[in-house]
Ligand binder design. Sequence first.
Ligand code: F6R
Length: 248
Amino acid sequence: MRVIIKENYDEMSKRAAQIVAEQIRLKPDCVLGLATGSTPLGLYKELIRLHREEGLDFSKVITFNLDEYIGLPPEHPQSYHYFMYQNFFNHLNIDPRFIYIPHGMTQDVERFCNWYEKEIERFGGIDLQILGIGANGHIGFNEPGSSLGSRTRIKTLTKKTIEDNARFFEKMEDVPKYAITMGIGTIMDAKKQLLLASGKNKAKAISQAIEGPISQVVPASILQLHRWVTVVLDKDAASMLKMEYFEE
Ligand code: F6R
């Protein structure tokens, strides 16, 4: 595991963008695994800048998103579809045929999840998976207790997540209770992992994931078993790490 500690969120985002850009330059038709949430926003912004100012070409890149809420149509402002188009895809020369995000409105979830796994396989697997981490150590929507071998499937959101999301919806009944997420096994199949974390509220999860025991209680700790993992942190997220880390 390579752990890179940067001064702040901006530097973390730029360093992560360098890694993604290197991957795209190395293999222009690479398959990227993408995350939503606040953490990768700076990375996406920097990739957009690299596209506009330095011609970073996304025309052959294939993307698979980690997760999506069940019951939200793509045009819903809280859907991950909407988030990805607003914050990333709309600003790049990416081919819409190569954008994969779980369908929150699918009528047959199990069939959809199997299809999603097969599509990842059909493109030769994910080359580089971008990950954020939950304060409880989750990756994707794989909350503590998720099987470490799990594949793409439906997950019930925790009470805490549902309550946290309530502020984005008019009525409590509108808050999604389920999501489709790539499994931990699906994530682990990616050839390379790029985990980002920023802020003090991630420090405990990061120390447990990187320096703690491998356990389904902290799903991100499974990354210790992966052959190629780069973790890019800001100082706050790294503040509870005990071992010594250096970039070169
Ligand atoms: C989002 C995802 C989640 C987030 C995590 C951190 O697609 O898979 O696991 O990465 O919840 O979220 P933020 O970045 O908002 O702190």
